[in-house]
Design a protein around this ligand. Structure first.
Ligand code: ZN
Length: 201
């Protein structure tokens, strides 16, 4: 599947008419069977995610992209259902409207997008061109932000809001990470749980 807010969404009020739940992949060898699955293959067209991807992302020392939020405040919502059978496959970082949203990593902006589900969204490729990070439900972008721009980790890119299908009473940043092998297809990728990057055991 895509991790896009396009309209096959995994957002807050996903339609109930979407397809069957994606199968959960058996963790790769070397991972304890009791460990939570890192991977949900959502389509054979997308690159597989392994434990090595999570280790790689941890080595990037991503910052938590809502300013002022610390890891102990994060709540894992990756596996939550969003209407029917669709999994959320992202991390909702609750934060007051207007909170600065900072790029979690160094990278390049692939796309500024606006969709019914995700609202104002930013897709950013990391410097390895393997991971795409999505920031959604923004109140507004940083003025002047545009596709193609290079951003540094910690750089201001926008502000927390509730655009798209987020509840106006609960502004938050919807942050998703996907493994990709084609940065031109910014809406595609295999989701990785960002919570495990900061709070993995
Ligand atoms: Zn969300």
């Amino acid at each position: 599947m895509s991790f896009v807010p396009a309209d096959v969404n995994s957002y807050e009020t996903a339609p109930t008419s979407v397809g069957p739940a994606a199968p959960v992949t058996v963790p790769p060898s070397g991972v304890s069977p009791s460990a939570p699955p890192l991977v949900r293959t959502t389509g054979s067209a997308f690159p597989p995610v392994t434990a090595a991807d999570l280790e790689t992302l941890r080595a990037h020392h991503l910052i938590i992209p809502a300013q002022g939020v610390t890891a102990d405040k994060l709540i894992d919502s990756f596996d939550d259902l969003r209407g029917g059978t669709r999994h959320h496959e992202a991390l909702d970082i609750m934060s007051p409207r207007g909170t600065p949203v900072l790029s979690a990593d160094d990278g390049q902006i692939l796309k500024l997008h606006n969709s019914v589900a995700g609202g104002l969204s930013i897709y950013i490729a990391d410097t390895s061109q393997r991971y795409i990070m999505l920031y959604a439900h923004l109140d507004h972008y940083r003025p002047g932000l545009a596709a193609g721009q290079v951003v540094k980790k910690g750089e201001l890119i926008g502000y927390v809001g509730s655009t798209g299908n987020a509840s106006p009473a609960a502004p938050h940043l919807h942050f998703a990470v996907a493994r990709s092998d084609n940065m031109k297809e910014w809406w595609k990728g295999t989701p990785i749980n960002p919570f495990l990057v900061w709070r993995g055991k």
